[in-house]
Design a binder for this molecule. Structure first.
Ligand code: ZN
Length: 446
């Protein structure tokens, strides 16, 4: 860039022209971004302050067809010629000069477009062969993406475990920094970078291209697919407070308890209410769909007790063992992979004319439904990881009690165990009735 600028200046000097510079550094020739230097140059042209424009190459002046057409017209009106260091001088007052400018420009544009077509094609082919995406090194992997960087991979595994156990993204960024890790750009970890890293299926050895999964990658996985799926599901939950380490406004049941009114199933939110005889402000859970509201404190205490009771049972540790009716994660993983391959081959069959448009649509729809189901189950399987550190402890109940107030972690455990539904209270009853809290233990924990 600097060299090109010097060449252009030298040319102007040799011809004895007074020089005024307009520079747009590092702005890609094809991006749509505003170039302040170009805008100022055109303003100067309009104001009649310019006799000729010296550029290194015309492709540096105009980035696309529209810009070029507008530019040529403007230069014609202002009788300004273009003098490239590389290429013939273009006198915009003549039809010949304008025609040449247009044609040279067309070839510049074509060259740029061919290059980007080739890059897109190569990127797609890499993806289809399951090769790692090119570009910046990914945390946990070597620069070619084909092997693990062990200490980073280990840190990432730990990060997934903590995320699924309820640690916040900011907390994880903090852990990584504390352990001496930086991003692969050398910068400090922040929650957005952690979110991007942990939501990437690359870590499970799944190749994606332009946001779509295309199949199994040829590189080693750092964590199993269900772990990344669970992380993605967790991170895409609405209103997840990503940048808070515990929040005073967030209570145990916020967006966790469901409304138990028939046909409602809304997610309860938290609010305060002060219409009580003693004048005290109470916190309540409220269903945004039907308006059902319940006093929060007795419900939270009851749910915490139920969970403690369940974790205290001798058979609690069975939650971790593979039972007959436990979903087989290996199975799910290969099901998902098979479905993705089937989707790919359906498209190939369509391209060869074996399937018509409608058959392809039907196949894609069916596969998508099955795939969504398998992916949801995988996410659920991964989510049970929240229980692992708890049940592995000598005293699960004590661990659970010690967690009180760390709402993210408590919620992760409750999610792994059960679905809590709040029913309307009995009319006229003021005392809390445990029967109005419907606790539906998940199959694995029932
Ligand atoms: Zn409701």
């Amino acid at each position: 860039m600097e060299r090109q600028r010097e060449d252009a200046c030298a040319l102007a000097e040799r011809r004895g022209w007074a020089v005024r510079e307009f520079v747009d550094n590092d702005i890609s020739a094809t991006s749509g971004r505003l170039r302040p230097g170009y805008a100022a140059l055109m303003a100067a042209v309009r104001a009649g302050e310019v006799e000729r424009i010296v550029v290194f190459h015309t492709s540096r002046l105009w980035r696309n067809r529209r810009e070029r057409a507008d530019g040529i017209e403007l230069l014609r009106q202002a009788c300004v010629s273009v003098v490239p260091v590389k290429g013939p001088e273009l006198d915009m007052t003549t039809a010949y000069g304008r025609g040449m400018a247009g044609m040279i420009g067309e070839f510049d544009t074509m060259e740029v477009e061919i290059k980007s077509e080739r890059q897109r094609r190569e990127a797609r082919q890499r993806a289809e062969r399951g090769k790692p995406a090119s570009g910046r090194r990914s945390f946990g992997y070597t620069a070619d993406g084909m092997a693990l960087v062990e200490d980073e991979a280990e840190a990432l595994r730990g990060a997934y475990q903590r995320l699924l156990a309820g640690r916040t993204l900011t907390g994880i960024a903090h852990d990584l920094g504390g352990a001496g890790f930086t991003t692969t750009m050398g910068g400090p970890w922040r929650h957005n970078a952690v979110r991007l890293m942990m939501g990437n299926l690359r870590n499970a050895g799944v190749r994606t291209h332009r946001g779509k999964e295309v199949g199994k990658g040829v590189w080693p996985a750092i964590v199993p697919e269900e772990t990344v799926r669970a992380a993605i599901a967790l991170l895409s939950e609405p209103k997840r407070r990503t940048n808070h380490v515990g929040s005073a406004r967030r209570w145990l049941g916020t967006r966790l308890y469901r409304c138990g009114r028939t046909d409602c199933d809304g997610l309860m939110v938290s609010t305060y209410r002060e219409k009580y005889a003693d004048g005290r402000v109470r916190r309540v859970y409220r269903c945004p769909s039907c308006g059902l509201s319940r006093l929060a404190e007795p419900i939270d205490a009851w749910v915490r007790r139920l969970v403690a009771e369940r974790l205290g049972r001798p058979e609690a540790v069975d939650l971790l063992k593979e039972g007959d009716d436990r979903m087989d994660v290996e199975d799910l993983r290969s099901t998902a992979m098979t479905l993705r391959h089937r989707r790919e081959s359906a498209v190939k069959m369509w391209a060869r004319g074996v399937l018509d448009d409608q058959e392809l649509e039907t196949a894609k729809r069916e596969i998508a439904a099955e795939l969504a189901e398998a992916e949801t189950k995988l996410a659920e399987a991964g989510r049970e990881n929240a229980l692992v550190p708890l049940l592995a402890a000598d005293d699960p109940v004590g661990e659970w009690r010690a967690m009180e107030g760390q709402v993210d972690r408590e919620q992760a455990v409750i999610r792994a165990l059960t679905t809590v539904r709040l029913l309307p209270p009995h009319p006229g009853r003021r005392k809390f009735d445990p029967d109005t809290v419907d606790v539906d233990w998940n199959p694995a924990s029932a």
